[in-house]
Design a protein around this ligand. Structure first.
Ligand SMILES: CC(C)=CCC/C(C)=C/CC/C(C)=C/CSC[C@H](N)C(=O)O
Length: 476
C-alpha cells in the first residue's frame, strides 16, 4: 500500500529471558509497526537450562523466582505454564570449615524459627521487617513502568526505587549490614550463606545490592516453572514467531557498526549487523534501526564480537563469575559432622560459609516436574567456583565409591560484583541498547525482564509513539 508507514527494524541478539522479553514488550508497544529479528548462536533460554538425570529434569541455571516477581509471573500465566513452589522446609547445616556444624535446622522437636531466633536473636526479626520494607520499594517499579516511566541508567533505576539501593552499590555487603546494625554472627553466617549460594561471592567481596537481592531469596516464598524455567523464554520466542514480521536466526553475530548514509534517499537502518548462520562459512550483513544486545558483554567474550561502544562502556573491564554446578547421586557424608542416622536422613543441604573452601553449597534437588509416581533418585547439586576433584567430592559424599558425578556445568553465571560498583550504560551506542547492563546491579530473571521492558519503552519513546498504558494492571 502507498501510504503504509515503513516498519522499524529491530535486531535482538540473544534468546534468553532478556532478549525474548524485549521482543514481548516491543510487540506490546509497537505491534505491527515493528519487525524483529532474534539472533541466537546457542540454545534458547541462555542461562536458563535443565539437566536430565534418568528421565527427570533438574534446574541447572537460574532456578528460583520470588513471589513478588510480577513479570515472571505474568509470562508464566500468559503462556499457560504452571508455577511450582519451592518447598520452604529444608533441613540444612552451615559449616565454616567443612567439618564442624555452625548452625543446624535438623531438630525434629524445635521449629526452625526458634533455632534461628536463638542464634541470631533480634537480627532475624529486624531482617524480616527491613526486607519487607525494601521489597515494597522495589515493587514500585511495576507501577512506574505501567505509567510509562523509563530510566537511562542503572543508577537512575535504583534511585527511583529507593535512594538506599543506589547507595548500597558503593559499599561492601559486610560494611552495609554492619552500618545497619546487624551483628557479626548474622553477617558471617546468614548473609554470607545467602551471598555465596546465590552469587558465589562473599559479603566482603561484593557490594550490598546483590547482597540484598540474595537475602530476598532466603526466607521468602519462591517458585519455579513446572517443566523448567527455560520454558518461559522458549515459549515467549515461539509466541513471537507466530506474530507478523518476527524472524529467528540461528547464527553468530560477528559485528554491529554504524552506517553513515550519504544519500538521503538511501533507505535502511543505520546499524549494520553482520552474522554467520550456523553451519555456514558465509557472513551476511543486514541493516537495522535499533539493536538490542541481550547477553552479557564481558572481558572474556569482548573479542568475539565487534561492537562500537561509547567511552562510558569502554572505560571499565566487566567480568563474570565462573561457577560450576555439578550434579551427583550418592549419600552425604554425615560422619564428618557427627550427625545421627536420623539427622542424616533429614539433611537436605550443606552451606559453607568460608569462601576459601572449594565448595559453596550442596543441596538435594527437586525435579522440575511435580514428581508423582516413580520416585526419582536422590540428586544433589554442588556449587563451586572451580571444577572439583574426586577428593573434594569424597569429603561431601560417603567415601564408598558409590557416589556418581552425573554432570558438571561451568557457567559464567553472574557478573563479578565489586564496590563501588561500576555499571555499564543502557544505551551502549547510538540506538544500540544493552538489556544485560542491569544485571550489573544484581543478576536474576526478573531484573532482566524489567530491563527488557525499559529498553522497549526507550525505543518506543525515541520513535515518538505514545506508550500505551499497561492493559493489565499488575496485582501486588
Ligand atoms: C532488592 C530487593 C529488596 C528486592 C529484589 C526483588 C527481587 C528481584 C527478588 C529476586 C530474589 C531472587 C529469587 C534472587 C535469585 S538470585 C540468583 C539465583 N541464584 C538464581 O537461581 O537465579
Amino acid at each position: 500500500e502507498q501510504d503504509e508507514k515503513p516498519k522499524t527494524h529491530v535486531a535482538i541478539i540473544g534468546a534468553g529471558i532478556g532478549g525474548t522479553s524485549a521482543g514481548y514488550w516491543l510487540k506490546h508497544y509497537l505491534n505491527d509497526s515493528v519487525a524483529i529479528t532474534i539472533y541466537e548462536s546457542g540454545q534458547t533460554g541462555g542461562r536458563l537450562k535443565t539437566v536430565n538425570v534418568d528421565g527427570n529434569e533438574y534446574e541447572a541455571g537460574g532456578s528460583i523466582i520470588h513471589d513478588k516477581n510480577l513479570y515472571m509471573k505474568r509470562f508464566t500465566d500468559e503462556l499457560g505454564l504452571k508455577r511450582l513452589n519451592v518447598p520452604s522446609s529444608m533441613s540444612y547445616i552451615t559449616t565454616n570449615d567443612g567439618s564442624h556444624t555452625l548452625f543446624s535446622t535438623l531438630s525434629r522437636f524445635i521449629p526452625d524459627i526458634f533455632i534461628i531466633l536463638w542464634r541470631y536473636g533480634f537480627d532475624a526479626v529486624r531482617l524480616k521487617f527491613w526486607l519487607g520494607n525494601k521489597l515494597s520499594n522495589f515493587v514500585r517499579i511495576y507501577d512506574y513502568q505501567d505509567n510509562g516511566r523509563t530510566f537511562q541508567t542503572v543508577d537512575e533505576f535504583l534511585q527511583m526505587l529507593d535512594q538506599e539501593f543506589s547507595q548500597s552499590t558503593q559499599t561492601s555487603f559486610r560494611k552495609y549490614l554492619n552500618e545497619k546494625g546487624f551483628g557479626k554472627l548474622f553477617i558471617d553466617e546468614l548473609a554470607q550463606m545467602a551471598a555465596l549460594v546465590n552469587y558465589d561471592q562473599s559479603v566482603d567481596s561484593m557490594n550490598a545490592f546483590p547482597g540484598l537481592v540474595s537475602l530476598m531469596a532466603s526466607g521468602s516464598t519462591l517458585w519455579h516453572v513446572k517443566g523448567g524455567n527455560y520454558l518461559v523464554p522458549k515459549q515467549l520466542l515461539d509466541r513471537l514467531l507466530k506474530q507478523s514480521d518476527v524472524q529467528y536466526v540461528n547464527g553468530r553475530v560477528k559485528s554491529i557498526a554504524e552506517v553513515h548514509r550519504k544519500d538521503a534517499d538511501d533507505q535502511g537502518g543505520n546499524i549494520r549487523l553482520s552474522y554467520q548462520p550456523a553451519n555456514s562459512e558465509l557472513v551476511h550483513a543486514v541493516d537495522y534501526d535499533y539493536v538490542i544486545v541481550a547477553f552479557p558483554l564481558h572481558r572474556d567474550n569482548r573479542n568475539d564480537f565487534v561492537i562500537q561502544t561509547t567511552d562510558l562502556f569502554n572505560q571499565y573491564d566487566y567480568r563474570m563469575q565462573l561457577t560450576h554446578a555439578s550434579f551427583l547421586s550418592g549419600k552425604l557424608n554425615c560422619q564428618i559432622y557427627n550427625l545421627t542416622t536420623s539427622e542424616c536422613q533429614r539433611l537436605n543441604a550443606i552451606f559453607y560459609t568460608n569462601p576459601s573452601l572449594p565448595y559453596r553449597s550442596v543441596s538435594q534437588l527437586q525435579t522440575v516436574n511435580d514428581a508423582k509416581g516413580k520416585l526419582p533418585k536422590t540428586v544433589y547439586k554442588v556449587f563451586s567456583p572451580e571444577k572439583l576433584s574426586t577428593s573434594d567430592y569424597k569429603r561431601i559424599f560417603e567415601d564408598d565409591d558409590k557416589f556418581q558425578l552425573l554432570e558438571d556445568i561451568p557457567w559464567l553465571a553472574y557478573p563479578k560484583y565489586d564496590y563501588p560498583q561500576k555499571v555499564p550504560p543502557i544505551e551502549i551506542n547510538s540506538n544500540t541498547f544493552y538489556v544485560n547492563a542491569m544485571e550489573w546491579s544484581a543478576s536474576c530473571m526478573e531484573i532482566e525482564a524489567i530491563s527488557a521492558r525499559n529498553v522497549a519503552m526507550l525505543i518506543t519513546k525515541k520513535l515518538g509513539v505514545p506508550l500505551k498504558r499497561s492493559d493489565k494492571h499488575v496485582e501486588f
